[in-house]
Design a protein around this ligand. Structure first.
Ligand code: FMN
Length: 562
């Protein structure tokens, strides 16, 4: 069958291979992005009906693996939230099975079970679009006391490690730990159809942020391993093993994080990621479970964009301005903030937040050598546009925070010509915060965000504008990484809002081009990749909160009072 590409927004899924025009990976990615935009007239392609009883299993597990129980010890971590995000402010805890248990409990572990009528669902320290949790985690350990050397899968439901590959090579190298993240795309695609790939990437960004803050609470650092290409990454996580995954949902390799638990004095050889399964002495075990026995739809563009964005990227030391250190204002323990983080489902539409809190939250979004911005060396490419509704002393309107000086210039060229670009009075000197338009933007914010009331009842909503087409054309892997940056921004907002006694909610559902039009964007130099909203939450007392790991330890999550 021969079909013609009507525009770059069509990906030819059904064409005869011999007659298919050869699209570059960048064309595939840009076409995917365009066709997965929600518009005011139609949502991106997705399932027509949803039966929540058929939701894919949110927990992957491997049958036939030896399991190691991890301790639940996070409540003994005294580090304050301010210290957790400031490298060097607390001494590093030694790497051991106990401390690795705390790292995972505070990053990807469950934070509570919720119950409403007959429904029961788990929440985790990392948020996820639709609470579908496509992100899986793998631990690579070497000489960590109490943990077998090799590859383990982390099963958050039980807080255990499942030993996928035992590596018997003895080595005198210092103890080290790496954490690999992958996505089970079907979990998101089940509900969101074609747009799901974007949500998986945003969730990876959140998981990365969650790991970086949890590492900070233990006095550790974490950084992205840059020199691993996707296939090598899949091999390190055992995702390419047909024996373990035949007939079940695949996992897409995303990234590998090196956890730095000691001083950064080890040699490059010692830092090298161990190969897994490369020697006869490496023993594999385990078969992945089937997550959805009756999938009703297929979304082939997800596999296409996944293929087109495989690869790797290398950052360069960022030339960001030397911002003054973040204010150390919150005395709260990191554990309380991390385990207490929730998405607000409704906001108090009368509440006005103070300007000091607003500016402190903004300050934490700037690229400093702090958690989580020190996970990589990529210069910031995402720049929030704020829709301010209720901040004391700040006129309602549209504002921008270009997170890199060069971006301010580029944004000015691309956004509407009649924007003000004025610095509001009393803006802290380090904040590149500018007013674009004085206006009541509540209705616009609500409409743009798929008519969600959280966008207008909050104190402010924001859209993360990404430097887009030139970055993606230069390296399509960066399509993923730009979403990770958006997820990181979202994670900072979640935790900083909690630290201020407020709450945030990520927004993946928004009308892309309608938003672009309002801002005057007419091309793909910049695109909105993620939205967010912050305010004072109203909690729903009908929903009960139960401990994350009943019977293993009492854990009382902090809830913000209504
Ligand atoms: C990428 C992403 C997109 C999201 N989009 C929305 C959204 O459009 N509307 C909404 O109410 N919540 C949204 N959320 C919030 C999730 O529904 C929430 O994280 C999930 O239900 C888990 O709850 P928790 O954050 O309290 O742990 C989003 C979260 C993420 C991470």
């Amino acid at each position: 069958m021969l079909s013609r590409l009507s525009s770059v927004t069509d990906i030819p899924i059904t064409m005869n291979v011999a007659t298919t025009p050869v699209l570059s990976p960048a064309d595939i990615v840009l076409a995917y992005h365009a066709r997965t935009k929600h518009t005011l007239k139609r949502y991106a392609a997705g399932p027509e009906t949803l039966d929540w009883d058929t939701q894919p299993n949110p927990f992957r597990e491997f049958a036939g693996c030896a399991r190691t129980d991890l301790e639940l010890g996070a409540d003994r971590v005294a580090t304050s939230f301010a210290e957790a995000r400031t490298p060097g402010s607390v001494g590093p805890v030694a790497l051991s099975i106990e401390s690795v248990g705390k790292l995972l409990e505070l990053s990807l572990g469950l934070s509570a079970w919720k119950e409403y009528g007959p429904d029961r669902w788990a929440l985790r320290c990392n948020p996820s679009s639709g609470n579908l949790h496509p992100t899986e985690a793998y631990i690579l350990s070497r000489n960590v006391p109490g943990i077998v050397d090799g590859l383990h899968h982390y099963l958050s439901r039980d807080h255990v490690l499942e030993l996928r590959c035992r590596c018997n090579n003895r080595s005198e190298a210092p103890a080290r730990l790496w954490i690999g993240l992958s996505s089970v795309q079907w979990r998101e695609a089940w509900k969101y159809g074609e747009r799901a790939f974007r949500y998986c990437q945003l969730d990876v960004g959140h998981a990365l942020g969650a790991l970086r803050y949890a590492a900070g609470a233990l006095g550790w650092r974490a950084s992205l391993v840059e020199d691993l290409e996707s296939a090598a990454l899949a091999a390190r996580m055992g995702l390419d093993r047909a024996d373990a995954f035949s007939g079940v949902e695949a996992e897409d390799p995303e990234l590998l994080i090196a956890v730095e638990a000691g001083p950064s004095t080890t040699t490059a050889a010692e830092r090298g990621v161990p190969g897994v399964g490369e020697s006869d002495s490496h023993q594999w075990a385990g078969r992945a479970n089937l997550l959805d026995p009756h999938p009703l739809y297929r979304w082939p563009v997800i596999e296409q964009v996944s293929q087109a964005t495989r690869g790797r990227g290398t950052g360069q030391s960022s030339d960001s301005p030397n911002y003054p250190p973040l204010q150390q204002r919150s005395e709260a323990r990191a554990v309380e903030i991390i385990l207490g983080r929730r998405s607000a489902q409704r906001f108090d539409s009368k509440f006005k937040m103070s300007r000091d809190i607003f500016y402190r939250i903004l300050d934490s979004l700037l690229d400093r050598p702090n958690a989580p911005w020190d996970v990589w060396n990529f210069a910031p490419r995402l720049h929030p546009i704020f829709f301010v509704h209720r901040v004391e002393g700040l006129e309602p309107g549209v504002y921008a925070l270009p997170r890199h000086p060069a971006a301010a210039h580029a944004l000015r060229e691309q956004l509407r010509g009649d924007f003000e670009w004025e610095t509001p009075e009393n803006t802290p000197p380090q904040l590149p915060f500018v007013r674009l338009l004085r206006t009541d933007c509540r209705i616009v914010a609500r409409t743009m965000n798929c008519h969600q009331a959280i966008a207008s009842d909050s104190c402010f909503a924001l859209s993360m504008l990404s430097e887009f087409e030139p970055v993606v054309r230069a390296n399509t892997w960066r399509y993923r990484q730009l979403h990770w940056e958006a997820g990181l921004l979202g994670h900072v907002l979640y935790l900083e809002a909690e630290a201020e006694g407020l709450r945030g909610t990520g927004i993946g559902c928004y009308f892309d081009d309608a938003l672009h039009e309002i801002l005057g964007i007419t091309n793909t130099q910049f695109q909105a990749l993620y939205h967010f909203t912050v305010g004072r939450p109203l909690t729903d007392d009908r929903i009960s909160t139960l401990p994350a790991y009943p019977g293993r330890r009492m854990q009382v999550p902090r809830e913000t009072p209504t």
